[in-house]
Write a protein that binds this ligand. Structure first.
Ligand SMILES: NC(=O)c1ccc[n+]([C@@H]2O[C@H](COP(=O)([O-])OP(=O)(O)OC[C@H]3O[C@@H](n4cnc5c(N)ncnc54)[C@H](O)[C@@H]3O)[C@@H](O)[C@H]2O)c1
Length: 263
C-alpha cells in the first residue's frame, strides 16, 4: 500500500507506544505527513526521531488527550505545521488499574472517572476539534476527512477482566463513532473504529512480564486464532479504513480480533 497517503496530513494520538506508534509508522511509510502526539514527550519524540531518520515528514506535539486546551492546541498546531488535516487516528485509551475485574461494587469513583476521561472523553475532544477543521461543503463524501477511533472487544461484549468502567467507556466510543459517522456523512467526513483483540504492548507488562504473560495466556483462550496480534496488524486495519479504498465505509466497527467476536 506504499504511497496511498501521498499528499495527506495525518494526526495520531498515543503515538509514543503500542498501536498508536505502529499507526503513525504505517501512515508515514504510506506517504502521509504525520503529527504524532502523546502525553509522554520522551516516547513521542523517540518515535518521531526514528521516523525522521527514515526520511519521513513527521513532527511531535505533546498533548494530554483528556484536556480540551491541549487537544485544541494540537489540532491547531497540526493545521499550522502542515497546512491542513485529512486523517486522524484517536488511539488514546486506558483503564485505571483499580477499575478492572468483574466486580465493581467496591471500585472507586476516581478509578471510574479516570477510565472515562482517558478512554471516552479523549475521543470526544479529539473528534470535536478535528471535525471542526475537516468539515467540507462537498456532499459526496470526498475531500472532508476521515477519522478512526479505537474501541475494544470489551465495548462490544462481556470481558470480565477488563472491568465495567472500561467496558462502558469503550461502548461509548462505538456509539460516538456511529453518531459522528451519520451526523457528518454529508459534510465529507467518514468515521470508523477498530476493536483490537489480544495485542500485547508495554501496557501488558505494567504489573511485570510474568503477569503480562499470564494475562495474554488467559485472553488467548477466548480467541479462535491462537496467536497474539501485532500492533502493525491493528495499524494496517486503521490505514485501510482511512484510505480511499474504504470510501463507502463509515460508522463501522472493525474487529481485528482473531475471530473473538465471531463466536
Ligand atoms: N493492546 C491491546 O490489546 C488493546 C486491546 C483493545 C483495545 N486497545 C486500545 O488500543 C488503544 C491503544 O492501546 P495500546 O495497548 O497500544 O496502549 P499503550 O499503553 O501501549 O500506549 C498508550 C500510549 O498512550 C499514551 N497516553 C496515555 N494517556 C494519554 C493521554 N491522556 N493523552 C495522550 N496520550 C496518552 C501513553 O503515553 C502511551 O504512549 C487504547 O485505546 C486501548 O484501550 C488495546
Amino acid at each position: 500500500m506504499t504511497g496511498i497517503f501521498d499528499g495527506k496530513i495525518a494526526l495520531v494520538t498515543a503515538a509514543g507506544a503500542g498501536i498508536g506508534m505502529a499507526t503513525a509508522e504505517g501512515f508515514a511509510r504510506r506517504g502521509a505527513r504525520v503529527m504524532l502526539s502523546d502525553i509522554n514527550p520522551d516516547a513521542g519524540n523517540a518515535t518521531t526521531e526514528r521516523l525522521r531518520g527514515e526520511g519521513h515528514d513527521v513532527r511531535f506535539l505533546r498533548a494530554d488527550a483528556t484536556c480540551e486546551d491541549d487537544v485544541a492546541a494540537l489540532v491547531r498546531g497540526t493545521v499550522a505545521a502542515f497546512g491542513g488535516l485529512n486523517i486522524a487516528a484517536n488511539i488514546v485509551g486506558d483503564a485505571h488499574r483499580d477499575a478492572s475485574g468483574p466486580d465493581f461494587h467496591e471500585q472507586s469513583l476516581e478509578a471510574w472517572e479516570y477510565t472515562q476521561a482517558v478512554s471516552l472523553r479523549s475521543v470526544f475532544l479529539s473528534m470535536k476539534h478535528e471535525i471542526a477543521h475537516m468539515i467540507s461543503p462537498n456532499k459526496t463524501g470526498q475531500g472532508g476527512g476521515v477519522i478512526c477511533n479505537v474501541t475494544s472487544l470489551a465495548g462490544m461484549l462481556y470481558v470480565g477482566a477488563a472491568g465495567a468502567a472500561y467496558a462502558a467507556a469503550k461502548a461509548g466510543v462505538v456509539r460516538l463513532t456511529k453518531f459522528a459517522a451519520v451526523s457528518y456523512a454529508e459534510r465529507g467526513i467518514r468515521v470508523n473504529c477498530i476493536a483490537p483483540g489480544v495485542t500485547p504492548t508495554e501496557a501488558y507488562n505494567k504489573a511485570g512480564a510474568e503477569m503480562g504473560q499470564m494475562v495474554i495466556d488467559h485472553l488467548l483462550a477466548f480467541q479462535p486464532i491462537k496467536r497474539v496480534i501485532a500492533t502493525s496488524e491493528q495499524a494496517d486495519a486503521i490505514a485501510w479504513l482511512c484510505s480511499d479504498t474504504a470510501a463507502m465505509v463509515t460508522g463501522h466497527v472493525l474487529p481485528v480480533d482473531g475471530g473473538w467476536t465471531a463466536q
